[in-house]
Design a protein around this ligand. Sequence first.
Ligand SMILES: NC(=O)C1=CN([C@@H]2O[C@H](COP(=O)(O)OP(=O)(O)OC[C@H]3O[C@@H](n4cnc5c(N)ncnc54)[C@H](O)[C@@H]3O)[C@@H](O)[C@H]2O)C=CC1
Ligand SMILES: Nc1nc(=O)c2c([nH]1)NC[C@@H]1CN(c3ccc(C(=O)N[C@@H](CCC(=O)O)C(=O)O)cc3)CN21
Length: 283
Amino acid sequence: MEATTTTKVLDDFSLEMTGKDVPSLQQAAHAIPQGTRVNVTFLGNENLQMRVEAAKEVLDLGFVPVPHISARRLKSETELCEFLEALQQAGASEHVFVVGGDPATPEGPYSDSLSVIRTGILQSYGVTEVGIAGYPEGHPDINTEALWEHMEAKCTSLAEQGLGQVVLTQFAFDAEAVVAWVHEVRSHGIEADLRIGTPGPAGIKRLLGYARRFGVGTSAGIAKKYGFSLTNLIGTAGPERFLKDMTSYESITSASSGVKAHFYTFGGLAATAEWVQDFTAQA
Ligand SMILES: NC(=O)C1=CN([C@@H]2O[C@H](COP(=O)(O)OP(=O)(O)OC[C@H]3O[C@@H](n4cnc5c(N)ncnc54)[C@H](O)[C@@H]3O)[C@@H](O)[C@H]2O)C=CC1
Ligand SMILES: Nc1nc(=O)c2c([nH]1)NC[C@@H]1CN(c3ccc(C(=O)N[C@@H](CCC(=O)O)C(=O)O)cc3)CN21
């Protein structure tokens, strides 16, 4: 009974890969349902060609590519247009995720995702749906009020442009924080689907490293939620407990919740895909 509701958020789950993960995606493909959305990150150490080739491979393997666009990493409007053009030619421009980007100073004309959305040029390259970021555990450098203001402004602009919207969250470890955040999103009148960033199974050291890098939670808090000891970091940890805790709330599992899981794979695409497969089969 409990397992069935837990796995409901795994229906139509999505995954994330980097441009370097193309061989891993090929290896993992057997374990991923056709039509699954696969997001392609926009990392500073990868280029347009790698991002486009990854999106194309996602498509060729029968999945739905969701390329990321990092506003602050774009050096010019030309770079934005070149990327969108290449994606459109590959048939991979329908869904995109537009995010601010980590550079402390913007590298070009866009200081935030709203300015990319407001250019109004996304749909001229075949974009029909835009993902935006959400932060159930807050953001280390952006105050919470600004996050809500920007989320509302982005949703308004997308609606005005007739573009679909989905909120994809930063990965989280605290199920209660996610549940509270889902309520808050809805109380802001935002009806978009919510894809909850979930860490795929990974070595504990690696998980804590990514959490520190992106300012999510604290090691002590994560250890407590996941039930491991900070004195022994050997071994891997998966999101079983996080998903079970989150889906013990009807607001998450009800048919109208619009809540789905999105897995950050942290270099373990096949491990994550197989984990979802096993977890669903055991339920
Ligand atoms: N959620 C995720 O999966 C990912 C999140 N990020 C990071 O999330 C942050 C914000 O992205 P969005 O939510 O799209 O915000 P946004 O672009 O909608 O901006 C919201 C507010 O935060 C400010 N801001 C944006 N990026 C900033 C930064 N790096 N440093 C300081 N202030 C910043 C903007 O000027 C604006 O006032 C960025 O740092 C981004 O790199 C990056 C990649 C993936
Ligand atoms: N603020 C913020 N910025 C981000 O860039 C970001 C987030 N948050 N949240 C999670 C996603 C996941 N992201 C990433 C970023 C880098 C790798 C990465 O460095 N991968 C290695 C290979 C894997 C490894 O060895 O750990 C690589 O070489 O690219 C993976 C996922 C980026 N993302």
